[in-house]
Design a binder for this molecule. Structure first.
Ligand SMILES: [Zn+2]
Length: 270
């Protein structure tokens, strides 16, 4: 049984004391490959270095997260393109819209996202999306705006493939999930699936089905219920998978096989 961690931030300073030990522990727990997500210009080089240290085991996605919309400039776009062309790069991300932490910068975020989408279109890149709605989620939906923009502007179309990317850390309503699946996005399922209050999310994941999800942690953030308040890391993937398998009524082995297959399809031969 093997798992793929599709979304981690191992270069976060939270891992400075024991990064290599955390990575070894994750391999020992059956996580065979990890995808590091580099969110801003200062994270691109370190992500490349981490991949170089663990060849064929750690890969990266490079992008500009909506929280860094001020980084949009021609120099950074040129630099980003260089990183995206490296062999360790498996896609563009994370990119998207965040109306929760950065509600005052919607216009800047939209400009950034459009620039990222045109990179995906031009270079033919799988993309990892972040969406977080405002505090009044119904009337301030980052999901609705993201899917409208993707519908209009995203034309990356990998031949013969079901998926064009991932909507990571899904936290929307069923309508948002349905729109994402229609756009060719898999839903990223992480520790939030195990939170006591998240019955709605569990039902959405069940309805989407194993064939449309991948596992991730988004570490060091969002540990599963058993570790709330602690630092998250990729070794929690089997626990998240067990919770999802239990809820969906399948074996953990089956959940591992199907979601690992999805991750391979999305990122190519890892
Ligand atoms: Zn993330």
């Amino acid at each position: 049984m093997q798992f793929i961690e599709t979304h981690c931030h191992l270069n976060d300073e939270a891992f400075n004391p024991d990064r290599d030990a955390v990575i070894e522990k994750s391999f020992n727990r059956g996580i065979s490959k990890l995808v590091e997500i580099a969110c801003s210009a200062k994270e691109w080089e370190p992500a490349g270095a981490l991949c170089a240290k663990y060849p064929s085991q750690i890969y990266a996605c490079f992008g500009i997260h909506p929280g860094y919309s001020e980084e949009l400039c021609p120099e950074n776009l040129a630099k980003l393109e260089q990183h995206l062309k490296k062999s360790v790069s498996k896609g563009l991300g994370e990119i998207g819209l965040d109306y929760y932490w950065d509600a005052g910068k919607k216009e800047q975020q939209t400009l950034l996202l459009e620039a990222m989408i045109s990179l995906s279109n031009r270079l033919g890149l799988v993309s990892v999306f972040h969406a977080r709605s405002g505090k009044d989620a119904k009337n301030d939906s980052a999901y609705a705006d993201l899917s409208a923009l993707l519908k209009n502007k995203w034309n990356y179309a990998p031949k013969g493939k079901k998926f064009r990317g991932i909507l990571h850390c899904f936290s929307g309503v069923w309508e948002d999930a349905g729109a994402a699946l229609d756009l060719g996005l898999a839903l990223g399922v992480n520790g939030t699936f195990t939170y006591k209050k998240n019955d709605e999310l569990r039902e959405i994941v069940k309805k989407a089905g194993l064939e449309n999800i991948v596992f991730e942690t988004d570490c060091p953030y969002l540990p599963p219920q058993s570790a709330r308040g602690l630092r998250n890391d990729p070794s929690y993937i089997p626990e998240i998978a067990a919770a999802a398998a239990g809820y969906l009524g399948v074996t953990v082995g089956k959940a591992a096989d199907v979601t690992t297959g999805n991750a391979y399809e999305i990122f190519g031969v890892l």
